[in-house]
Design a binder for this molecule. Structure first.
Ligand code: AMP
Length: 284
């Protein structure tokens, strides 16, 4: 039977007891409104961990003042049913007051890997992410935590944070889960109108175009980016936030030198008012 836990103390006590029994605990942090991308993380945890805990917490700290915190989709009953069906053992769903009581004032902030891409477009976002993930790691004592490659920069930041702060855990990245037509699954896809849902395909189409360009022998970053950008600018109702090639570890932009080996193509595009992100590793 899956158990729902709302307080930090109870979650800590339960999982500490499991670990004392010698069980491996896997943890899947989410903001809820679950889809197949989230469920892939749960399945990955179940493969190697005796106990799997998922969290559902829409973290106010990672939303900017003009972002979608208030309208972020929520459906706890649906999420509960999906997690039960996957065989998760615990849902940790604290209130905002439980996570951020009066007087809260400690933050975790990385200096480099969070500067570019979404870090540049969403000031304070990653400070909110790394702070809450660090808190969640303390509230949900675990051996392994699972994160989607969909949020590649988030995954890179968390891996770096765990290394830098000597957090004794393994961080596991899970490949992007896509809809049949290529759109990366996201809770925010529910914001899209029918027309916007079609336009949203331009992110995957841009990735496909970049892959094709690279496999055609092009290694000039400007040429690859121009091809990818063109796919988006040709799509009605869209606006590019960024389309960038980056070093896969540091996420520094690659703008002039010819690309070689594995590089990250990362993009963020507004489709109507909805901001979508996607990425892929290009192998040259
Ligand atoms: P979120 O609820 O959006 O904060 O996402 C929770 C976790 O699910 C994060 O580690 C995301 O990277 C991951 N995730 C979200 N969408 C996908 C997807 N389409 N494929 C794989 N992982 C995903």
């Amino acid at each position: 039977m899956m158990k729902i836990v709302e307080t930090i103390k109870e979650m800590q006590n339960i999982l500490k007891a499991h670990r004392k029994e010698g069980k491996t605990v896997g943890f899947v942090p989410t903001m809820g409104y679950l889809h197949e991308g989230h469920l892939a993380l749960v399945r990955e945890s179940k493969k190697t961990c005796g106990i799997t805990a998922a969290s559902i917490f829409v973290n106010p700290l990672q939303f900017g003042p003009k972002e979608d915190l208030a309208k972020y989709p929520r459906d706890f009953e649906r999420d509960r049913a999906l997690l039960a069906k996957e065989g998760a053992d615990y849902i940790f769903c604290p209130s905002s007051e439980e996570m951020y009581p009066d007087g809260f004032q400690t933050f975790v902030e990385l200096e480099k890997v969070t500067k570019n891409l979404c870090g540049a477009s969403r000031p304070g976002h990653f400070r909110g992410v790394t702070t809450v993930v660090n808190k969640l790691f303390n509230a949900v004592p675990c051996d392994k935590a699972f994160f989607g490659e969909k949020d590649f920069q988030q995954l890179a930041a968390i891996k770096r944070m765990v290394k830098d702060l000597n957090i004794d855990m393994e961080i596991i990245g899970v490949p992007i889960v896509r809809e049949a037509d290529g759109l990366a699954m996201s809770s925010r896809n529910t914001y899209l109108s029918e027309g916007e849902r079609k336009s949203a395909l331009c992110l995957y189409a841009a990735i496909t175009e970049a892959r094709k360009t690279v496999s055609g022998g092009v290694s000039d970053p400007k040429e690859i980016l121009a091809k990818a950008q063109q796919v988006i600018t040709n799509t009605p109702g869209t606006r590019i936030d960024y389309v960038k090639l980056c070093d896969v570890e540091t996420l520094e932009y690659i703008e002039d030198v010819k690309i070689k080996g594995a590089v990250l193509l990362a993009l963020a595009v507004f489709v109507g008012r909805t901001r979508l992100i996607d990425n892929t590793i290009l192998e040259v």
